[in-house]
Design a protein around this ligand. Sequence first.
Ligand SMILES: [Zn+2]
Length: 431
Amino acid sequence: MCGCAPKRDKKLELMFWSKTFIPTLRHIPQEAESISHQLMLRAGLVRMLISGVYMYLPLGLKVLSNIERIIREEMNKCGAVEVLLSALQPLELWQKSGRDEMMGEVMIRFTDRKGRKLCLGPTHEEVVTFLVKGHISSYRQLPVVLYQIQTKFRDEIRPRFGLVRACEFIMKDAYSFDKDENGLEKNYQKMFCAYKRIFKRCGLNFYIIEADPGVMGGDVSHEFMVPAKAGEDAILRCPKCNYIKIFKEETNLLSCPKCTEGLEKINTLEIGHIFKLKTKYSLSLGAYFLDRDGKQKPIVMGCYGIGVSRLISAIIEQNYDAEGIVWPKEISPFKVIIIPLNTREKLIMQTAKDIYEHLSKSSVEVILDDRDEQAGVKFKDADLLGICLQIVIGKELLNRNNIELRWRKDKKILKIKKSQAISYIKRIIDE
Ligand SMILES: [Zn+2]
């Protein structure tokens, strides 16, 4: 066996607080403009490298992976297949689609040493149409639905609110290819339902609004909006009949067109947008197929985006209290945090490690705060991090063979016999 082979305990210790990297902050960072931005920095999820560019630390990466897992499960369920397209794209495709000029300064363009004109992809309609065009020639090969989760780039004039408006961000983008509008309608409906499931599982309240397709082209689109103070968009909503419309600067509509009640303005954050592109890209990029009747026709397309990194901000904007983040269960970076009150007491640490080991073995994601810190510091950090369930282990509790469970969300506290703890915790985590 070679010298670097892990010791038996090695894997177990990886989720000990002292061995990972969670730089929490007591103070509110000056640069943070919104509550989600503040909490993301304070809970040690992300750090800014330069304006608009963020790095994910271990907790932030876990949250990101949890969101991506939900998205993958729901995309796969509706028959979409995952690919990973390139971030580097030839400018030529953008010239062909006519969007090179339309993107303006937002697209990052450059020339490489061979003189090739390139850009860093702000989106992938051109590339994916180019890809599919080379391999689809008959109606028999349709429909095809492809999706990816990838980093996109935008030269933002004013990056804001942390991950809300960033120059480098992660998106899920899906593209459907059909032989006719009937097929497109079916795929559009499937995506529409998948989006509802995804955002529900992310613990979000959201609005769905028929919207202007804008720079994407096509004629029908739906936006998924989350009410949030850090939102850059806004909607007008009727409190009486729930009529909703997107707020635009030029809007001077003050009462509901359906029931004349006064409309309220709500700031929102766009988290998803789906479009019926129809034949805009297949016509400009030449993606045709031979139909059953022997005629050549343009492929009918739809595209479906989710701001994956932005979802972290949206989820925090809707799930926090005075102490910190309150993660929805599926998103929580760990399901359980174990807090031994005095790490120098042998029995306390032994109990903490036992519980840690049992939960790990039952596939419950758990972190053990093994730092030699005051209990007050540990409680503050645990609340800030927002992990669903806290297990407190202290001397007086152990004297009665008890441990204490604290729910982050409703602050419920329960003392429970040590011997019953594991099966009880497993049951409530699996609920
Ligand atoms: Zn109304």
